[in-house]
Structure formats: structure tokens, C-alpha cells
Design a protein around this ligand. Structure first.
Ligand code: ZN
Ligand code: ZN
Length: 263
């Protein structure tokens, strides 16, 4: 290979590197085609996020199907006692939001995590009656995961919320003391036993009488958030409400009774 060719290749590589580090024009991280709005998604992908809309379960905030609209609790909450008093999520964990979150979790994009937190601020602005809070606590991740990922995504989401609510984020009150198996592959029952006693309050005094806004990226069964809430209540918190960016769909609950038998 001639020297000029080598030089050309090196120039191309360094230009590519520069574009990764300092993108000329921020591009939407999901479709990689349209321009990004601020640090976030492009308009097209933003519109593809399926927001959670009423009717919802009064406890866990999951969307109720039309045939459940006359009840206030979903099937899940009728059979489960959660330690948080209420939970709400901004959107369904699906499509563009799913891709967006995986960028944050697996491709080191802390800027996107903070941008996603803005969606949660918008939700709180639209739902000011959700509650009054003294503290924001992001669901902790295990130090081992923290070391791999470089940050706790729930903490990133909490940053814009802190600004909006004017209350502190506390990430040193509760720790994840047990490395738990990833919940994805587990069924509902195992998810609850998997996180049992996984958290520990290390500054109990700081929680006395406090109303906590617990923040996480995704709620699926609610097992993790409930276990954190249990730990917070045992350490003296007055109340815990959960706000997540996304909520997973629990399939069976979404099925119409007439088709349920097929699954
Ligand atoms: Zn896009
Ligand atoms: Zn529910």
C-alpha cells in the first residue's frame, strides 16, 4: 500500500472518530437518519413512542384494556400487594423507546439518559397531583453493573426531575447489596423471590417521615420497585411512589377474555 493511501485511510478513520466524539449535527440515536432534537430523539421517533393513556390501573398505572375500563385495579394489582403506594409510567416499553433505552444502557450515552428524564418531567407537569415529595431516590444498581455501564440510568433520569421539583436526589441512602440475576428471563414468581432482600438502607435516619419519589427506567412486574419500597418503608419512609419512564406490557392482562384461552 502506498503511503498516500495509508494517509487517506488514517484521515478517514480520524474523521470518523471525530464524528463519534463530536457529531457535526446530532442525529437521532434510534433511526440514525433524522436530526435529533436537542440531545434526544428525532421528531419522527419521538412520535412513535406509545404514551400511556387512560384508563389506567389506580395502583400500578398500567393501561387497562377497554373491557376492564369499569374497574379501577388491574388483574395484576388484584393479586399483588406492592410496597409502593402508587406507580405511574410515561410510556410503553416498546418500539422507539425500547431502542432508545438500550442506547442508554448498553452504548454509553449518559446524555440520552438525561434527555429521557425530560419526558418524565413533562409527565409530572401534566400530572401535578401525583404527589408531594421530599426526596428522589433512583433504584440502585449493583456496583458491578455500575462499573460496566459507567452510571446508573435511573440516576440520569432523575437529574431533570430534581431541577423540576427542587428536591434532592439521594443515591447514598439505599444500596443494592446482592447481585441479582437479570430479571428478563424470569417468570413473575421468580422475579419477586430474585430481588428479595437485595437492597439495604445504609442511612436510615435520612428517611424518617419522608415522602419518596422512586425513579426507575422500566417497570415490568413491579417486583424490584416493590422490594426497594419495602426497604425504604422499613427504614422509616412515610410513603413511596414510583415513577418509571417505561412500563412493560404484561401479556395476559392485555388479552381479551375471549382470546385468553389461546395463550
Ligand atoms: Zn429517529
Ligand atoms: Zn395495577
Amino acid at each position: 500500500m502506498k503511503l498516500t493511501e495509508v494517509k487517506k485511510i488514517l484521515t478517514e478513520i480520524s474523521r470518523g472518530m471525530m464524528e463519534i466524539v463530536f457529531p457535526a449535527e446530532p442525529v437521532c440515536p434510534v433511526c440514525r437518519e433524522e436530526p435529533a432534537l436537542g440531545r434526544g430523539l428525532g421528531r419522527k421517533c419521538l412520535n412513535r413512542i406509545a404514551l400511556i393513556v387512560p384508563p389506567i390501573c389506580s395502583i400500578c398505572g398500567r393501561m387497562l384494556r377497554v373491557h376492564q375500563a369499569s374497574v379501577s385495579k388491574c388483574l395484576e394489582c388484584s393479586g399483588t400487594e406492592y410496597y409502593f403506594s402508587q406507580a405511574r409510567a410515561v410510556a410503553l416499553y416498546d418500539g422507539a423507546l425500547r431502542e432508545y433505552l438500550s442506547e442508554v444502557k448498553y452504548r454509553y450515552r449518559p446524555d440520552l439518559g438525561i434527555a429521557l428524564g425530560e419526558l418524565m418531567v413533562e409527565w409530572l407537569k401534566a400530572n401535578p397531583k401525583y404527589g408531594k415529595f421530599d426526596l428522589i431516590i433512583p433504584v440502585p444498581i449493583h456496583p458491578q453493573k455500575m462499573a460496566i455501564r459507567g452510571y446508573n440510568q435511573a440516576e440520569l433520569l432523575a437529574i431533570p426531575l430534581q431541577k423540576h421539583l427542587g428536591i434532592p436526589i439521594k443515591n447514598d441512602i439505599i444500596i443494592r447489596c446482592r447481585f441479582t440475576e437479570t430479571q428478563n428471563a424470569l417468570d413473575r414468581e421468580s422475579r419477586f423471590s430474585n430481588v428479595n432482600k437485595a437492597f439495604q438502607a445504609v442511612q436510615a435516619g435520612a428517611l424518617a417521615g419522608k415522602r419518596v419519589l422512586l425513579i426507575d427506567d422500566i417497570m415490568t412486574t413491579g417486583a424490584t420497585a416493590s422490594e426497594v419500597s419495602r426497604t425504604l418503608l422499613r427504614a422509616g419512609a412515610l410513603d413511596v411512589k414510583l415513577l418509571t419512564l417505561a412500563a412493560g406490557v404484561i401479556d395476559k392482562q392485555w388479552l381479551h377474555p375471549e382470546v385468553k384461552g389461546k395463550f
